[in-house]
Design a protein around this ligand. Sequence first.
Ligand SMILES: *Cc1c(COP(=O)(O)O)cnc(C)c1O
Length: 395
Amino acid sequence: MSTTSTQIEAPPLGEPYLLTPGPLTTAYATKQAMLRDWGSWDADFRAMTREMRDRLLALLGPGGEAYDCVPIQGSGSYCVEAMLGSFVPRDGKVLVLANGAYGLRAAKTMEYLGRAFHTLDKGDYLPPRGAEVARILADDPAITHVLAIHCETSSGILNPVHEIAEATYAAGRKLLIDSMSAFGAIELRPDDIRYEAMVSSANKCIEGVPGFGFVIAKTAELEAAQGNSHSLSLDVHAQWAHMEKTGQWRFTPPTHVVAAFLEALRLHEAEGGVAGRGARYVRNRDVMVQGMRDLGFETLLAERWLSPIIVTFFCPADDRFVFDRFYELMKDKGFIIYPGKLTVVESFRVGCIGRMDEAVMRQVVEAAKHSLADMGVASAAPPAKALEERAKLAA
Ligand SMILES: *Cc1c(COP(=O)(O)O)cnc(C)c1O
């Protein structure tokens, strides 16, 4: 069986691995690409922007010809806001499918935009299902668009975008996808899933550094978006039209971040594109989850919904376990983990994305084992209440 063709180097001495869903651990070559200044108007940088857009579009696979790519300065949330403000007409209405912090943030964005929306809030970790979407759309003919979160990074759940897309288009509505933490590692092929637009950002599965995001939308939608946006700087149509005409970004681009991202895209291609990247993340997850389970830890999600992006674990029931102390002990051993975001029970998260492989994940498990020992925690088994919560998932 072939393993990854990619040589994974350790981060520079003294730098911990970031087991977080972006910013994340990047390749040395990606960091190195930033050691040069670029003029934003210069032909060299315009060529870099062009190459970046083309490479991102190529990741769509068959059916991608109908789409174009528009980078937007800022973090991922700026792109979500730009997408909603540009593609949803002022008299449109959005069904926001929420099952965690990012879905709720999209709903809040709609509130700021002052445009109509309805939120289906599934709580911390239940997936929005196609049948529910169909029901809501049948009941509310005013809804024009559905917003789905591909991987809800707050729990790590991989939402069923296929059935959501089917329900959306069966009802004659349009789908927008926040694929921030999935794009580049999980396929989102237009010949497989129907959608008008999606967003992602530089510092997730492509393994770039933070500083911009990108909207990938049907060219027809981009053309039709003129005049929709509430915002000058977040107007996707205006950014696209300007870029098409001049090859330049409208306002100061994050030149170094783009240079790093291009290098990251080349590494992504060398690894075998979306399939290769996704396969490495799946191995990272499988090795890490198995090792953590062997220590007694339990995942929040049932196997079926576990993403290869980030995994939520319940905190152990043993009261000698204190998350802040666990965090510091893990950091001392070279690993930055991530606090949980659940409301009912205590949890923490471990990311599987970034420049690391299964050998690193084995070290993560080893570090967790020693950190538990340092705290005098004999078993990492979660409280009964946590398992009761999880049982609801299976229902
Ligand atoms: C990271 C992320 C975002 C954007 O968050 P920023 O902090 O603005 O980069 C949005 N949605 C999802 C699902 C994410 O994982």
